[in-house]
Design a protein around this ligand. Structure first.
Ligand SMILES: NC(=O)C1=CN([C@@H]2O[C@H](COP(=O)(O)OP(=O)(O)OC[C@H]3O[C@@H](n4cnc5c(N)ncnc54)[C@H](O)[C@@H]3O)[C@@H](O)[C@H]2O)[C@H](O)CC1
Ligand SMILES: [K+]
Length: 541
């Protein structure tokens, strides 16, 4: 797993490194060397380097110096003369570079800037990094649209300029990078909100050779999960199993209005590998589910007058739930009184439980001011996995806003710290999904935008429940198991997008591709580990 840091954590890490004897000035030299080495990969003959007033610009000035020494024609575009640069370290390297064989262009007009970029093979964006806040000011608010309009190959330094490195939000405008060379560790904003759209491919410069020894001296906002980290989940099925010992899931879902949610979640749990999946749904939709899923037993639960779980549902559901290795509750249930009862009944049982969709809204409904204030509702001895999207997560914490990855992680931590349990996991769903546990927050590989389609969450909930059900002898951490399920879901998105077209994917397509997705994820893990070479992977896929 690879750490992702907040801006504060990066600053603390720089301080730790400085205490160990490597100054910030030296780090800037290493950052510039890394940028230059990334730039040279494309063998450019002309490079335009856009620099700002701060240390991000400093990295750009160092790279300019190195590239010029490698016989690359370098134009440095600066808002001011090197002597007028405000950050002392950056001013020092700018003055030094000014004495070398580089062409410095101070405050160009729009046309001059456009001409320079038009002639260049590569643009290096060293305008703004982690120090950028608020609204983009001139001249950068003028430069950035000129760059984007010409669509050159752009290498951004640390983060694309205009992106808030912490939140990933682009308020006004932002450089569209082909690649982002980030320093020491990726910043959270590269994975949040607008980050993935603007950052392009992310490469990380370690800068400091003893990074592994000091990186744990600061907290990590999150950790990126690579397929290789999930290798243990791709074991083939052992011979000596039966349908129950493989793992069983009870899907407590559906209503007269939303029978499809129960069908999709149940089928996904089975496709994810559970040997026995049953559905407990209101009698109002039981026959529909039976007809749609011939391989799935359906337990009739008393309905209310609208076809949702009724007053007698809690007892019937809890009795049925006793026999299963995992219970998934929520898809399509509504928030009727009987549903709230069912959720509270299941929470009192010590069965591994996944709460999704309306089960989360039921939980929010019967706690005042957010469930983080009423942890007794969900303190229990078996794994509890909550799978909220941003709106559901906001409801769970008393309607405080959850708008991006950073606020989703913060909200998840509020719930987890209140419960204080290693058995509780929040899968905070969004364009980048965070899997948060009390110990750590994981960022599994994000799927394509095609996954933003109705029912996609029911499929993910099914994959999670199916995976938990199979984890009999699993010693944890549960975060990693959920990260595996999220990764498989992401791969279903890629597989479905290539088969049906990016815009045409619907949730039911994903279910039948879960098996393919598991194979793609396994191949990607073997490739990461160097067991499969590039050629064989392409052949297999
Ligand atoms: N992480 C590391 O170990 C290293 C990082 N380095 C680089 O340093 C930058 C951070 O540098 P800093 O000087 O703190 O900030 P910036 O260069 O990003 O920007 C500050 C600069 O920008 C101006 N500014 C701020 N907001 C705006 C705005 N809204 N509009 C216009 N201008 C704005 C402000 O006036 C400041 O002058 C980090 O990203 C790395 O690239 C080091 O090289 C060492 C290693
Ligand atoms: K930048």
């Amino acid at each position: 797993m690879r750490p992702v840091l907040s801006c504060d954590e990066v600053r603390r890490l720089e301080d730790v490194i400085e205490k160990e004897g490597t100054s910030k000035a030296e780090l800037m030299e290493f950052a510039g060397e890394f940028v230059a080495s990334e730039a040279l990969k494309g063998n450019p003959s002309r490079v335009v380097i856009l620099v700002g007033f701060g240390n991000n610009g400093g990295d750009g000035w160092v790279a300019a110096d190195i590239l010029a020494q490698k016989d690359v024609h370098v134009d440095v575009v600066s808002p001011v003369e090197p002597d007028e640069i405000s950050a002392p370290l950056a001013r020092h390297v700018a003055r030094r570079t000014a004495g070398r064989d580089v062409n410095i262009v101070v405050g160009p007009s729009k046309d001059e800037l456009g001409e320079l970029i038009g002639e260049a093979d590569l643009v290096i964006d060293a305008i703004l990094g982690t120090g950028f806040h608020g609204e983009l000011r001139p001249p950068f608010s003028i430069w950035i649209p000129v760059v984007n309009e010409l669509e050159p190959t752009v290498l951004s330094v640390d983060v694309p300029s205009g992106l808030d490195a912490q939140t990933g939000v682009v308020e006004h405008d932002c450089i569209r990078a082909t690649r982002t060379a980030t320093m020491l560790a990726p910043k959270l904003g590269l994975y949040s909100a607008d980050g993935p759209e603007y950052a392009g491919e992310i490469v990380c410069g370690r800068l400091y050779d003893q990074l592994d020894e000091v990186i744990d001296d600061v907290e990590h906002e999150a950790e990126i999960v690579d397929s290789a980290d999930l290798i243990d989940f791709f074991e083939p099925l052992p011979m000596n199993i039966n349908k129950y010992s493989r793992g069983s899931v009870l899907v407590v879902a559906g209503s007269a209005t939303y029978p499809g949610a129960a069908m999709m979640a149940a089928k996904a749990a089975a496709r994810a590998g559970a040997g026995y999946v049953a559905v407990a749904c209101p009698s109002a939709c039981a026959n529909l589910v039976r007809m749609a899923l011939p391989s799935v037993p359906v337990i009739d639960i008393p309905s209310d007058s609208r076809g949702a779980f009724g007053a007698a549902a809690r007892k019937a559901v809890c009795k049925a739930a006793e026999k299963f290795s995992c219970v998934l509750c929520g898809p399509g249930i509504t928030t009727a009184a009987g549903c709230i009862d069912v959720v509270s009944g299941l929470l009192k049982m010590d069965v591994p439980l996944v709460l999704d969709a309306d089960a989360l809204n039921c939980l929010a409904k019967y706690s005042i001011g957010g469930i983080d204030k009423t942890p007794e509702l969900y303190r229990r001895d078996a794994p509890l996995i909550l799978t909220p999207h941003h709106k559901e997560l906001s409801r769970l914490i008393g309607d405080d806003p959850v708008a991006d990855l950073g606020t989703a992680i913060e909200a998840s931590r509020r719930l987890l710290w209140a419960a204080g349990s290693e058995d509780m996991i929040v899968v905070a769903k969004g364009p980048s999904t965070a899997v948060a546990g009390v110990e750590k927050v994981l960022l599994p590989m994000a799927g394509p935008a095609s996954l933003a389609t109705a029912g996609s969450g029911d499929v993910l909930a099914g994959i999670i429940a199916g995976s938990v059900a199979q984890a009999h002898n699993y010693a944890g951490p549960w975060e990693l198991l959920c990260a595996y399920a999220v990764t498989v879901h992401s791969f279903t998105g890629f597989a479905a997008a290539s088969r049906f077209g990016e815009k045409s994917v619907i949730a039911t397509d994903l279910i039948d591709l879960i098996g393919d997705a598991m194979e793609l994820a396994a191949e990607s893990a073997l490739h990461d580990l160097g067991v499969l070479d590039e050629g064989s992977q392409v052949e297999e896929a």
